[in-house]
Ligand binder design. Structure first.
Ligand code: ADP
Length: 259
């Protein structure tokens, strides 16, 4: 969420100037939040006609009189409807997260357990392309977190690592600590990302190779949602290329204070 610096109030010309800047800032903040609300409302409203469309396509597909050609078009419709549905869900999630700030269900979370669960959930997808996932943990970590939200962020990063890996490659997940921070890194040996695009990776709908990445599924919102989720845990998420080839995504989380 954008925060705009407020200027000090003073009683001279600078004060007057500061006053108008503050008013402009307030207006800007209001505009940003009403824009986010609109996005949420629009996605919500799109849901109902889409659900009806989904139903209509499903009914049409059941018609035994369909020719192969008609069936092919209907399957295509079904796929596109599913894709739209996924996209609307992701836009809604992102808009909700951007709105909700700190209001999320926090609990003491065993991070080792949570990561190992995410790894297990991703095994099926990994084995479908003979990618193996290695989970290396040094230390036990607990933190205050919204389990589901944190797990979905980690899951997105891990699924991407598998998705962009070639068959038979290895994806490594490392859980360690550095000073007062927990570091969760996911390494793959895929193609990586051109250096000049690394800072765009977390922007909504950004894709390195638009056509290629679009055809491999996903909405282009996964990393934007993951970043928002990590920011809500007072952490950060960083992307780096590794040698000879591959991407390393690090999620940095603050360690729970003792006592
Ligand atoms: P998508 O749904 O397209 O996967 P994401 O937000 O998860 O959307 O990722 C955005 C883009 O970042 C992807 O389309 C891809 O171009 C790039 N990307 C993400 N993870 C990786 C990775 N591990 N290796 C290479 N490129 C990646």
């Amino acid at each position: 969420t954008t925060r705009i610096t407020k200027f000090d109030q003073r009683a001279d010309e600078f004060g007057a100037l500061a006053h108008s800047f503050n008013q402009m800032a307030e207006q800007l903040e209001n505009n940003i939040s009403s824009h986010q609300r609109l996005l949420g409302d629009v996605s919500h409203e799109l849901r109902s006609p889409l659900t009806r469309l989904q139903l209509a396509v499903a009914l049409a597909e059941k018609n035994i009189g369909n020719t192969a050609e008609q069936q092919k078009h209907l399957s295509r419709c079904e796929m596109e409807v599913e894709r739209l549905d996924e996209m609307i869900a992701d836009v809604l999630t992102l808009s909700r997260l951007e709105h909700s700030q700190k209001a999320f269900a926090c609990d003491d979370t065993n991070l080792n357990h949570l990561v190992s669960q995410v790894v297990t959930d991703c095994q099926y997808f990994a084995s479908s392309k003979d990618v193996s996932i290695e989970f290396k943990e040094s230390g036990k970590y607990t933190l205050l977190a919204d389990d589901k939200l944190l797990a979905s962020a980690i899951s997105n990063v891990l699924n991407n690592a598998v998705k962009y890996s070639a068959n038979n490659q290895v994806v490594t997940v490392e859980l360690t600590q550095q000073h007062e921070q927990i570091m969760l890194s996911v390494f793959d040996n895929g193609p990586g990302v051109p250096d000049e695009m690394l800072d765009k990776l977390f922007k909504p709908f950004f894709r390195v190779a638009d056509a290629r990445d679009r055809s491999s599924g996903g909405t282009g919102l996964g990393l934007a949602i993951a970043q928002q989720a990590i920011l809500m845990h007072h952490g950060e998420i960083i992307a780096e290329n590794i040698k000879p080839s591959g991407l390393k995504i690090t999620i940095v989380l603050p360690m729970a204070k003792m006592g």
